[in-house]
Design a protein around this ligand. Structure first.
Ligand code: PEP
Ligand code: MG
Length: 556
């Protein structure tokens, strides 16, 4: 593709504009598929050569993790751990013991693990990209080739890729990578999460990127979800300047959340531990709309005692004295396996025993968690509420509400399953508030695994069917005079946040890094426009039209 300006369209995930020459990840090394004919006498030395290469890769990634921050550091640490994984190393050295060369042993061991992870689905399937990436790095190390992955740009550039390995994305320098576009990936993919944290404009799910040559100048518009090839230079520079100006205005937003004409919508942060809560407290977030407690315990083999849990919850509450903090009880299972909340070996874990359903499998676990939350709440000055994930029936909501109220806690439930949205009015007879988890609500409404790259177009909260369920839930909340918030990634999309407000949601909770962009987008529009935009999305034929219609009304 060259010369003529053309526009490719995808899913916008991080607003902003980046313009520059295209760079691409380097080619992956090819492991030789030589047969298992290594002489017996050489096998121990070959094992040592393999272990040294794996260790070098693991150390290098750990070093980068130490220099990175937040989600980026976590991803690098997790990938470094994979390079030191005993199961994988054992499988490869076993193959070398049987006569394979180190490179082909690494590739064959990886193939075995990829097959198992893919079968397991959920979070494990998502680790396939990480594992393939590790294998490539180890093979390159063995072959004495440069490290595969993203080249360090010599000048500010735009990164285009089919997909990005988390370890690559986490190490990006926002001063040198001005924009990212990928063929695969959805709004909740690793690429999106890390690009958001680094503040790099990003569009995912873009078809046609493969045809753009390295070095071609492109403009990535992360707000509109467009990749423009060879745009006029003045026009591209104006777009970048406009986006930078918008970012400056955004960053100065100090809250509280309200539309231009003063309609209040609380803008809150999603957190997972005390450190995250303290970081969120430095932004204009008015409180915490979702404390994902399960993420604080992913590394535990044994359920923490009530005392220890109370200490951990207290850290989060203490970051927001006098403010609202909504704690979610353990949402274990499926893509968030917790070892102590063991999950059954199910063929379809996303539709299995997860979230609130685990309470029946683990008698006393929910009650102990509620005891710990209640104790921490009594000892802190935060205004604590508690909610249960994955509620599908009125009976579950009633049961949870009774258990929470018995401990003096204010109960709510998440609306993540279409059944809950359809019965929102009846759930509200038992609980004080609802919180729409649009990530799972989208997954279950569209019957599209939220981690599936090929289904990214379905996994879009702008899908009119998802918006219809949101609208219905918000209306039920207004009728009952009770709060209905949104705490999925949808709240982090400034345009969608205005639409959600138009539907009548009362709070928006998101990654702390997205708070200012959402808050300032709301401050720019009147409630009436939000309502008209919301209405206009409902009969849109597809997510792109819904977005366009909302943008025309809100920005027109
Ligand atoms: C959601 O499903 O939208 C949600 C907020 O929960 P999680 O992303 O933790 O599943
Ligand atoms: Mg969820």
């Amino acid at each position: 593709m060259n010369g003529t300006a053309s526009v490719l369209v995808g899913t916008p995930v991080v607003p902003g504009a980046g313009y520059g020459p295209v760079i691409r990840p380097g080619a992956r090394p090819v492991a030789s598929t030589r047969g298992a004919d290594l002489p017996e006498a050489d096998r121990e030395a070959e094992k040592a050569r393999f272990r040294a290469a794996a260790e070098a890769v693991s150390d290098r990634l750990s070093g980068r993790a130490a220099a990175a921050q937040g989600a980026g550091a976590e991803v690098l640490r997790a990938t470094a751990a994979l390079a030191a994984d005993r199961g994988w190393l054992g499988a490869a050295t076993g193959l070398i013991g049987a006569g394979s060369g180190a490179e082909s042993a690494a590739a064959s061991a990886t193939d075995q693990f990829v097959a198992v992870f893919t079968k397991m689905g959920g979070l494990m399937a998502e680790r396939v990209t990480d594992l393939l990436d590790i294998c490539d790095r180890v093979v390159a190390e063995l072959l004495g080739l440069p490290e595969p992955g993203i080249p360090t740009p010599t000048a500010p550039s735009v990164l285009l890729a089919h997909d990005l390995a988390p370890a690559d994305t986490a190490g990006l320098d926002p001063d040198l990578v001005l924009g990212i576009a990928t063929t695969l990936g959805g709004p909740t993919s690793h690429t999106a999460i890390i690009a958001r944290q680094l503040g790099i404009p990003c569009v995912v799910g873009v078809a046609g990127l493969d045809e753009i040559d390295t070095g071609t100048r492109v403009l990535v518009d992360g707000a509109a979800g467009r990749v423009e090839v060879e745009p006029a230079v003045e026009q591209a520079e104006a777009a970048v300047a406009g986006a930078a100006e918008l970012r400056r205005r955004t960053e100065s937003w100090a809250g509280p959340g309200r539309t231009r004409d003063g309609h209040r919508v609380a803008v809150l942060a999603n957190v997972q531990d005390g450190a995250g809560a303290r970081a969120a407290a430095t932004t204009a977030a008015e409180g915490v709309g979702l404390f994902r407690t399960e993420l604080a315990f992913l590394d535990r083999d044994v359920e923490p005692s009530v005392d220890e849990q109370a200490r951990i919850y207290r850290e989060v509450f203490d970051a927001f004295p006098g403010r609202k903090v909504v704690v979610r009880t353990l949402d274990a299972g499926s893509d968030k396996p917790l070892r102590f909340a063991g999950f059954a070996d199910e063929p379809n874990p996303a539709l299995g025993v997860r979230g609130y359903r685990l309470a029946a499998e683990h008698p006393g676990m929910l009650e102990r968690q509620l005891d710990a939350i209640a104790r921490a709440a009594r000892e802190s000055e935060a205004s604590v509420r508690v909610m249960a994930p994955m509620i599908a029936t009125v009976a579950e909501a009633a049961q949870f509400a009774a258990a929470a109220r018995a401990r003096g806690l204010v109960p709510g439930v998440m609306v993540e399953v279409p059944a809950a949205a359809l019965l929102a009015d009846r759930l509200l007879e038992h609980v004080d508030f609802l919180s729409l988890g649009t990530n799972d609500l989208t997954q279950y409404t569209m019957a599209a695994d939220r981690l599936s790259a090929p289904l990214a177009a379905l996994s879009d909260p702008w899908q009119p069917a998802v918006l219809a369920l949101v609208a219905r839930t918000a209306t039920d909340g207004q009728r009952a005079g009770k709060a209905v918030g949104v705490c999925g990634e949808a709240a982090a999309d400034p345009l969608l946040a205005c639409v959600l407000t138009g539907f009548g949601v009362t709070s928006l909770s998101m990654a702390a890094t997205a708070v200012a962009a959402t808050g300032s987008a709301l401050a720019d529009v009147d409630l009436d426009r939000c309502r008209r935009a919301a209405e206009a999305t409902l009969d849109a034929p597809d997510p792109q039209s819904a977005r366009r219609r909302a943008a025309d009304i809100l920005q027109g």
